[in-house]
Each structure stands twice: as structure tokens, then as C-alpha cells.
Design a protein around this ligand. Structure first.
Ligand SMILES: [Zn+2]
Length: 324
């Protein structure tokens, strides 16, 4: 039976999952290297080899590769065109060709990383059984994707960008350069910028101590979780703001689309778990037009594997039914 591999290529980690008959039979993950694109290719192959070792298979057993990429790409050539959060990928790079060559010529399919994660959850995770859902991935940025009437919605290529819905007119600056987007309040990257600004103004927090203790160079979801456990005031305030912004944005999405479910994933969603998702559901409530029939708000089932599993499903040619 064919083995396919999915790769989730992120700014923080590279993760691979081997999938056979819709089951994960091996996985591997490393921190994303910062030495450029060739080094990232080596890291990808390294995670694939770890996954293969777990399942006692070889590179030549792989029939197809799917990669979830966090940026722009040319689907026909398999070249990547640019990615803001990935060092060494600012110019055109033949990612698919390089990986294919190393994996015995296996075909390589590229797709957007968030859409891959959505597909993983929709087909093998929390989204099973729903026909209309939003997947929102709260990480360094805030990504999202939609399934409508059982099909992944592409639009003209940029459907589901819930992170850039506006929650505050002339609000905080977002990673995209605009003001007042959801991501400006709920994206970890912008939360860290705010934390540093508050520290400069003399406010106290243990966020950065925890970061150093954990040997991290940024405020990861784990750092936020630990600071919340220690009842750090700044961490609490930043998370409160994120919950508030998610409530406004997701309620607005709900009022337009009348979804059956919303899956909250990404580092923050996974790490802070069910209590966080419950708070977001409560924050949505006052803004819901049909408040007695809210969507189900769910955590992911696959956790940080959703992206890699979804990319593997892409490679297998599943979930390719797409509406535009
Ligand atoms: Zn934005």
C-alpha cells in the first residue's frame, strides 16, 4: 500500500508525517534552520528520514510528497516565490525539484501551509462530519481556511484570511502593515512586540525570564502558557486581548457564513487547549446574531501534526475537491 509523506514547513519547525491508508505511521520534527534554503531542504529530508526510521521504510517506498508552504509559490513549476517568515526563501527557489530528486523522483505537491492544516483536521481530525467550517490557526500569525459545502474554499487564492479581519478601526499595527487586524492582537509575533514595548515603558513581566529559562529566542506558546500558570499580569492582559479580538472576528465570520464548527488550532490554540477555546466561544456570544445557535468551537485533534498530515493527504490526491 502506498506510503505518502507530508511536510509542514514553518518558521519555527519542520515537521513530517508518513501516512499509509489514512493513518500516520511515522513522524519527525526539527527546529527550522536559519542558514538558508539548502539547509532547510536538508532539514526536511532529515525529518522524513526520522519518520521513515520509525516505520522501517525507505525513501524509495514513498510514492508522493506534499509540502505545506508558508508563502507564495508557483504550483505548476513547484518553485517557491517568497515567504516572509522563512529565512532564505525570499527569492524563487526550486523546492519541489530538490525534494523530488532526493526522494527517488517522487512527485511533489505544494500548497499553502494553513490550507494543508485545515485539510488534515477536516479529513482526519476534529472537522470530520462537518460540511461547513472554519479552521483558525493562532500562531506567530493568525491563519485561516474555510470548508464550505464540503469543499475547501480557495476563492481567487486568498480565501479564509480571518487573521486580517478588522477588529478595531485604526487599532494596533498588524504584521501585514495595516491597522486593527485580528492578528495584531492575537498573533504571537505582534503580542511579543507589544510585550517588549510595555517592558520598555517599565512594566513588569516574567515572560522574558521564562523565555530564557526555556532556551527560546521568542515568546512561544509554551512561554505564554507558563507565564499564565504563574499568573503573570502582562501575559494575562495579552491573552485577554487575544480572546477579545478572536471573539469579535469569529462572531462576524459566523454571522456571514452560519458555520457548523470552528476549529481553533495553531501554537496558542493547541497549547492553551480547551479552556482557551471556551473563553473564545464566550467572547463571541454577545456578537452573534443568532445567539441561541452558535457553531461548535473545537480544539484540533491532530495538534501540531495537522499541517503535515494535511500535506500528506494532498500528496495522496485526497481532499482535492476544491471550490473556487
Ligand atoms: Zn493584517
Amino acid at each position: 500500500v502506498a506510503i505518502v509523506v507530508g511536510v509542514d514547513l514553518g518558521g519555527t519547525k519542520v515537521q513530517s508525517a508518513l501516512v499509509q491508508s489514512r493513518k500516520v505511521i511515522g513522524q519527525g520534527r526539527v527546529r527550522t534552520p536559519s542558514g538558508g534554503a539548502d539547509e532547510v531542504v536538508e532539514a526536511i529530508l532529515g525529518t522524513i528520514d526520522i519518520a521513515l526510521g520509525e516505520s522501517k521504510a525507505k525513501r524509495s517506498d514513498i510514492s508522493a510528497v506534499g509540502i505545506g508552504f508558508p508563502g507564495q509559490f508557483d504550483a505548476s513549476s513547484g518553485d517557491t516565490l517568497g515567504a516572509v517568515n522563512l529565512k532564505g526563501f525570499q527569492e524563487r527557489y526550486p523546492l519541489s525539484r530538490k525534494i523530488s530528486k532526493a526522494i527517488a523522483g517522487a512527485p511533489v505537491a505544494l500548497d499553502n501551509d494553513v490550507r494543508a492544516a485545515l485539510l488534515g483536521e477536516y479529513q482526519l481530525g476534529s472537522g470530520r462530519g462537518f460540511k461547513n467550517l472554519l479552521g483558525i490557526f493562532v500562531g506567530t500569525g493568525v491563519g485561516g481556511g474555510l470548508v464550505l459545502d464540503g469543499r475547501v474554499r480557495h476563492g481567487r487564492g486568498a480565501s479564509g484570511e480571518v487573521g486580517h479581519t478588522v477588529v478595531m478601526d485604526r487599532g494596533l499595527e498588524c504584521g501585514c502593515g495595516r491597522l486593527g487586524c485580528l492578528e495584531a492582537y492575537a498573533g504571537r509575533g505582534r503580542m511579543e512586540v507589544r510585550a517588549r514595548q510595555m517592558v520598555e515603558k517599565g512594566e513588569k513581566t516574567i515572560l522574558f525570564e521564562i523565555m530564557k529559562k526555556k532556551d527560546r529566542d521568542r515568546l512561544t506558546s509554551g512561554v505564554f502558557a507558563a507565564a499564565l500558570d504563574a499568573d503573570d499580569r502582562m501575559a494575562r492582559r495579552l491573552i485577554d486581548d487575544a480572546v477579545w479580538a478572536l471573539g469579535i472576528s469569529l462572531a462576524s465570520v459566523q454571522n456571514i457564513l452560519d458555520l457548523e464548527a470552528i476549529i481553533v488550532g495553531g501554537g496558542l490554540g493547541d497549547r492553551l487547549g480547551a479552556p482557551f477555546v471556551k473563553r473564545v466561544a464566550e467572547a463571541m456570544q454577545p456578537h452573534l446574531f443568532i445567539s441561541q445557535n452558535p457553531p461548535e468551537l473545537l480544539n484540533t485533534t491532530l495538534g501540531d501534526l495537522s499541517g503535515a498530515v494535511g500535506a500528506a493527504l494532498l500528496a495522496a490526491g485526497e481532499g482535492l475537491e476544491v471550490s473556487s
